[in-house]
Design a protein around this ligand. Sequence first.
Ligand code: AMP
Ligand code: ZN
Length: 113
Amino acid sequence: MDCLFCKIINREIPADIVHEDDEVLAFNDINPQAPTHVVIVPKQHIATLNDLEEGDLGLVGRLAYTAARLAKERGFADDGYRVVMNCNDQGGQTVYHIHMHLMGGRRFTWPAG
Ligand code: AMP
Ligand code: ZN
């Protein structure tokens, strides 16, 4: 399958991996927008949030749980951080394999741009 994140999961292209378990892979974003900017992906290919099925709900919980764990490990969980899932063109999605951005280590503004 011609999917960038599946290729990273299958070790066909390199990435700076920071966490892996049976269901999830997390790696540093190649174009970081914060001191910590990690992309957390399910190993199962799901193109967009719109393609989620009821059986996938645990997977999304695992993305969020992994984000919080990494934030705690890196010491900015209490200060705060930003998690983002972009969906489709107007949402800013560029890689069509669902992922959660974890960004931390600086203050974020709201609303997002
Ligand atoms: P999105 O725009 O929400 O689809 O996010 C895709 C993210 O993947 C962007 O923040 C990119 O910088 C990041 N990205 C693209 N290619 C790579 C790569 N080879 N390794 C790590 N991150 C990447
Ligand atoms: Zn994929």
